[in-house]
Write a protein that binds this ligand. Structure first.
Ligand SMILES: [Fe+2]
Ligand SMILES: [Fe+2]
Length: 219
């Protein structure tokens, strides 16, 4: 007879691959793993769409190389946030929507569009594009990310250390991002000195918290 130990068996039958102990232990601690993973999909939908929108916002900061550099750091780190959490969705038996439109539609943050009217042909009217307006869009996108990952931290703090670890790493970087754009917007719009206390990353999009254990150099 097999030796009895405290954790040698549990809610999932030995050999059952239709269930995951990694999900059941979360449920046993009071969090619904299905609900959590759907929230994670919404949250990384925002990271992914923000990565896209920041590409466009960064390009329209024409001639402001320092602003472009900081926006590039934030852009690449949003991609890192998406990459970090995707595997967790699958561990919790979820999946990415097959249609990217569904994915974008369920993002937990608003679209960070370039703040200028579109012309009839779908092109940008850049004649009255204002740098401060772009910085404000960037700032508000970071604030939405802070709210999103703070909620995930609250949900998982006691029940799911693995997701909590990811969420708090992302939150660290989102708080860096907010501080960067507060500094830039304060100076650009209000001529006010409001230091972030940081400098640009060593390499673009370094992601010091969320890329310390990458699968390989591509992510
Ligand atoms: Fe992010
Ligand atoms: Fe961010």
């Amino acid at each position: 007879m097999a030796e009895e130990t405290d954790h040698g068996s549990g809610a999932v039958e030995p050999g059952d691959t239709s269930k995951r102990v990694g999900a059941e232990v979360i449920r046993e601690r009071g969090v619904d793993p299905e609900e959590l993973r759907e929230k994670l999909i919404d949250a990384i939908g925002a990271e992914f769409t923000t990565y896209y929108y920041y590409t466009n916002l960064r390009m329209h900061l024409a001639g402001e190389e320092d602003y472009k550099e900081i926006t590039e750091d934030a852009r690449l780190e949003d991609r890192a946030h998406f990459e970090l959490v995707v595997p967790r969705v699958y561990e919790l038996e979820g999946s990415l929507p097959n249609d990217i439109r569904d994915f974008a539609d369920r993002a937990s943050c608003p679209d960070a569009e370039v703040p200028t009217p579109m012309d009839d042909d779908g092109g940008f009217d850049t004649s009255d594009l204002d740098v401060a307006d772009i910085l404000e869009v960037l700032l508000e996108a970071e604030r939405c990310a802070i709210r999103t990952w703070s909620e995930i931290c609250d949900l998982t703090r006691e029940a799911d250390p693995r997701t909590y670890d990811m969420a708090q790493r992302i939150l660290n970087e989102e708080m860096d991002h907010e501080a960067w754009f507060i500094e830039l917007l304060s100076k650009e719009r209000d001529d006010e000195i409001n230091p972030a206390g940081h400098f640009a990353r060593g390499e673009p999009g370094d992601a010091p918290y969320t890329k310390n254990n990458p699968f390989n150099d591509s992510a």
